[in-house]
Write a protein that binds this ligand. Structure first.
Ligand code: WT7
Length: 675
């Protein structure tokens, strides 16, 4: 599908005004980790790739590496070759000497009458070791095996991740909000024979039954041909089972029971090759099944550690709260691996940000003395809508704030800056992706001014370029949008798509690679799949995805996945999903369907279709509205014109429709939707 048909935002750019620069507060600069303007020089392209030694040197290596970058398998890059290390050791053990008694994780349960858990590095060390013993000695898992995790936001999630990493086991954490179907497909694709879940967790005041979703996942995986032989079940309240779903004899085990055999057991961290696999993270692509984005141990960990230190400005004495879900890459990189690698105290909040009221987030910030806050535009919009004056009522002080995941409107940015940050915080708008491991564009908080709505220039070591469809560079300040690419590889970039190298090459490199046989990294610019404009000062403004992926609340959803889900309903003939603008979530899916002959539209049917999307993809994909239309607007070649449907949903001009095969349908749909 062409960019135009998909309604990609290239043409908006020209009308956008550049916002003013705002300088970081002096108090922030005074304490910042990175105040040396020479950093950009150290990471200029002529120092590539050796400059990344600075990243690797933030880690402890069991065996130091000999080759910074090996390009012989281009574009599957190998970083820090010859090196051996362990991610769990780097995030836990090595901090014991200095920070044994310091909090590693502040766990805030959703119910306000439950106490906050302040877990020290010592305690984290103990729990990771004992959990690793269960994985190794009870489950028989070893380095290179895959394990699927379907865990919500409780400390058991990072503990399980770190226990896997300790043994070189590859974890694949599936967002807890995803359905059994989605989880099962990911179990199958990753070929996991162990699923780790929990009985229940709190969300919006309710203790949800989570274990039952795992049962569905195991069934789905089995149908696809992947047998799960063990389901490990954590308990929200140890010893008290919170799920209605029966434990299957010989398959399901309570982790808390198993742990009793491993009290005080210590499991040596396994020295792993730098280019070993740390985890898989499934993300939606433009077509078909989700992609298992494969991240390395050495390159990834070095990358997120450096970014946590320099861009997040985390010091061990800070209280850092990234309010994202660990089930997404933001949580992997910036709740767990990056912060813990640099001995941070990281906050994990279990529940809904507005539970029980719009002041909850700011109360947590006040109670825990959070001074670094990190979240997404969707949550910022939601908090602004729920309680625009709430932050002023609480006595907290942020030195640093992050926005991530989608473009932020300058209006919303200004509320974040003035009201949430009380005008005292440095803000970074970090642009990156599941595939990139860590940040690509952002300001360095103490060195560069902030600009509302712009992500900033490439971070040190990242050299962005905007290309037009023919591969020509669009110069900074041209006021024209194009495809944002990164000229060079970097250590945080995924290694490949799990079991699908061809798809990796095709999705991210094919379009702009001039010589597919080249082993020179210069021939392989990374295409992110976003449309962007670069201002004269090099600051990048991201406009959105160029492929047909909808970014809802900072999470990518494949339109194809949603449409296929709708088509599982017997009555549905065609389905088209479009991105409808939404005040809170940025965009939400609107679903248009037409029916097979002989069926009639009804509210019940619309609800059934909506329900199918929730079941197959997950609640997050539930359409805002399902419109059952008499027919889809189509080109003469039969392609559904999603752009027209999007204009109708967004009450924009539908443009010239005379070339359609059925132009008359447009007005009919418009009336149905808008009147
Ligand atoms: C897509 C990646 C980044 C981790 C969370 C989402 C969009 C991300 C920004 C930003 C504008 C952004 C892009 C990107 N995006 N950050 N600061 N400004 N857009 O990870 O699910 O892999 O989604 O999110 O479109 O391609 P993801």
């Amino acid at each position: 599908m062409s960019e135009k048909e998909n309604g990609s935002g290239a043409h908006y750019a020209v009308h956008w005004q550049d916002e003013d620069n705002i300088n970081p507060p002096a108090e922030f600069i005074g304490q910042a980790n990175m105040t040396d303007p020479g950093v950009f020089d150290r990471f200029s392209l002529d120092k590539f790739p050796e400059c990344f030694k600075e990243f690797a040197d933030l880690l402890d290596w069991d065996q130091y590496w000999h080759t910074t970058l090996d390009t012989s398998d281009a574009p599957c890059w190998n970083w820090f070759v010859g090196g051996k290390l362990n991610a769990s050791y780097n995030c836990v053990d090595r901090h014991l000497a200095k920070y044994k008694n310091k909090t590693a994780i502040h766990f805030v349960p959703e119910p306000e009458d439950e106490p906050v858990v302040h877990m020290t590095y010592q305690e984290l060390y103990q729990r990771v070791n004992e959990t690793a013993a269960v994985l190794r000695d009870f489950c028989g898992l070893k380095a290179g095996d895959r394990v699927t995790l379907h865990l919500p936001m409780t400390p058991e999630l990072p503990i399980t991740m770190l226990a896997c990493a300790r043994l070189g086991i590859i974890h694949s954490q599936v967002f807890a909000g995803f359905s059994g179907q989605a989880c099962g497909e990911r179990i199958w694709d990753s070929e996991s024979r162990v699923l780790i879940t929990i009985d229940g967790y709190y969300r919006n005041g309710k203790l949800l039954d989570h274990k039952s979703i795992g049962d569905v996942a195991v069934e789905v995986a089995l149908k696809e041909g992947q047998e799960v032989d063990k389901v490990l079940v954590w308990q929200r309240y140890p010893g008290k089972y919170a799920s209605a779903s029966p434990m299957v004899e010989g398959r399901d085990y309570f982790v808390n029971d198993l742990l009793k055999q491993y009290v005080r057991v210590r499991v040596d961290p396994v020295p792993m090759p730098a280019e070993g696999i740390l985890f898989l993270m499934y993300t939606s692509g433009s077509t078909g099944r989700p992609k298992g984005v494969q991240h390395s141990i050495g390159g990834y960990l070095a990358y997120v550690a450096w970014m946590s230190k320099v861009i997040q400005d985390i010091h061990p004495e800070d209280v850092y709260w990234c309010m994202a879900d660990i089930g997404w890459i933001t949580g992997h990189s910036f709740i767990v691996y990056g912060p813990l690698a640099i001995a941070a105290s990281s906050v994990i909040y279990e529940g809904l940000p507005t539970y029980p009221d719009a002041g909850r987030v700011w109360r947590i910030a006040e109670e825990l003395d959070v001074n670094i806050f990190h979240t997404s535009p969707t949550l910022i919009r939601g908090l602004r809508k729920a309680g625009p004056d709430e932050p002023a009522k609480y006595n907290y002080k942020f030195k640093h704030m992050t926005t991530v995941g989608e473009p932020i409107e300058p209006e919303v940015w200004k509320w974040y800056y003035k009201v949430v940050g009380k005008g005292k915080a440095a803000i970074v708008d970090t642009w990156w992706q599941t595939e990139t491991g860590g940040f690509l564009c952002s300001t360095i908080p103490a060195l560069s001014p902030m600009k509302a709505g712009s992500a900033g220039p490439g971070v040190p070591g990242i050299h962005p370029i905007i290309l037009d469809n023919d591969g020509n560079e669009i110069p900074a300040g041209a006021g024209k949008a194009g495809n944002i690419c990164i000229k060079n590889p970097w250590p945080g970039l995924m290694q490949t798509i799990w079991k699908d190298r061809d798809r990796y090459v095709a999705t991210y490199f094919e379009r702009y690679c001039k010589d597919p046989n080249s082993k020179d990294w210069r021939d392989w610019p990374y295409m992110a799949g976003d449309a962007a404009v670069m201002a004269a000062d090099g600051y990048v403004r991201i406009l959105g995805r160029i492929d047909d992926v909808i970014n809802v609340a900072g999470h990518r959803l494949g339109t194809k996945e949603i449409e296929s889900a709708a088509l599982t309903v017997e009555e549905v003939a065609e389905a088209a999903v479009i991105a409808a603008k939404d005040e809170i979530k940025g965009v939400v899916p609107d679903l248009y369907v037409s029916l097979k002959p002989g069926y009639e539209a009804s509210q019940e049917l619309a609800a059934k279709i909506s329900g199918a999307v929730s079941t197959v993809v997950g609640k997050i994909a539930r359409p805002r509205q399902v419109f059952i239309v008499p027919d889809m607007p189509k080109t003469r070649s039969g392609k559904i014109m999603r752009r027209i449907l999007a204009s109708i949903s967004n009450r924009a001009d539908v443009g010239d429709v005379t070339s359609l095969s059925n132009p008359e349908i447009v007005e009919q749909i418009r009336k149905q939707v808008q009147d």
